[in-house]
Design a protein around this ligand. Sequence first.
Ligand code: NAD
Length: 463
Amino acid sequence: MFSRSNEKLISETDIFYCPFFVTSLYGSSTMKICIIGTGYVGLVTGTCFAEAGNDVICVDVDPIKIDKLNQGIIPIFELGLEPMVGFNQKEKRLQFTTHLEKAVNESDICFIAVGTPPNEDGSADLTHVIDVAKNIIRLAKKEIMVGTKSTVPVGTGDMIEELFKKEFKYPFTVFSNPEFLKEGDAINDFMKPDRVVVGVNNPHILPLLQELYAPFTRQRDRLIVMNRRSAELTKYAANAMLATRISFMNEMANLCEKVGANISDVRMGIGSDPRIGSAFLFPGIGYGGSCFPKDVKAILKTALDARVNLSVIQAVEEANKKQKTILVEKMEKYFGPGKLKGLKIAFWGLAFKAKTDDIRESSALTLVEALLQKGVEIHAFDPQATDNVKKIYGDKIVYCKTNYDCLNQASALVVATDWNEFRSPNYEKMKKLMKTQVIFDGRNVLNKTHLEKLGFVYYGVGL
Ligand code: NAD
């Protein structure tokens, strides 16, 4: 038995023999979809569903965001998103509203895509998810299917289902559909997913989900069906595994530095083994962003509550915390203890990773914070994240228009985000602009050999 609910349950055997699983309904028809929460996930999801021909209404509680979207202004930076939103708005397949009631009652299926930030104790804060569920219960006047795209702990679907059972008068289905898109590549990830995980405790919704995802899984059926609790855990397990790879490589890089090995060579040496694979093996200044840190904390809390010891993931988090300030240690070692005060430091990259304006839990900002505390004068450049950083740091940082502007008379350069445009800069120009030619490259994006030949002092991670 998979669930505590009294809906008709499916078992492993059903998964293999249920006729819905052997019939692939490619040749889908238009569906009416409501996406609740129009952030990084909700906006991309809604837009991509509309792009496939569906009628989508994206709902958000933030009227400014909705106003902007209705004027064609995209509130986040995501490559390819703006034209796709514009096109689908023009085709009248994509609408934005703050009115949940109308949206829900005009839709066949609703996806919850609101934030699930961490609570003090590491657990996921489900306030927004529960709010949305309660609002649907209050406002919907018809049968409804509700899926969680938000990353939610195991048992959240059960909790939502209980709420519906108590107060909702119409037929309903609650399913899990965790989202695996990556910011910076979100459209591609959604349009051509590696897999689509759906967690259902009642198979009657499967034909609809198969039909909905058919346009995105034409090459082969990538719909992986499981029970709701497994789907919820799959998302956390995936992020915890990716975070583990990062912390593992960071620790290997730290070891390389002490024993005269080179992490880039080690990376290629191990990544060529198909059991390991080459993706996600780059060392750096620790993982950040809106997902890994909070999801690692949340799975640890889930395990704690279940009295299961996840010692590996615990260590992953501790290693990450240390990694976030390794550059500060290197800088103090180079300049001398207490000597960072008053230095002008050029800072390339503020976003938590390249190709996004997202600065949530950005390791770059952990560094900024640590350097500001040491009295460093930071002159920073980021291709997309500056406006978001300004809202938090105001004039504590000097914001530069180009990466070269930061370098003028700088005592050192810190590279904190792996933007492509930082990879092949004009080293001669950099040399002329800087007061002292020292680089702390937290992402190993610059060419150490080339820089050292030109007289730079270069510190990477594990090189
Ligand atoms: P976000 O903060 O960008 O967007 C959330 C949106 O929900 C905001 O616009 C907010 O105003 C809105 N909202 C909050 N309460 C609401 C309510 N009651 N009704 C309607 N709208 C409401 O968050 P995000 O990055 O899109 O993440 C959403 C969820 O998806 C999280 O659980 C996250 O862990 C998960 N996720 C995120 C990513 C990612 O890369 N960002 C990837 C996969 C999964």
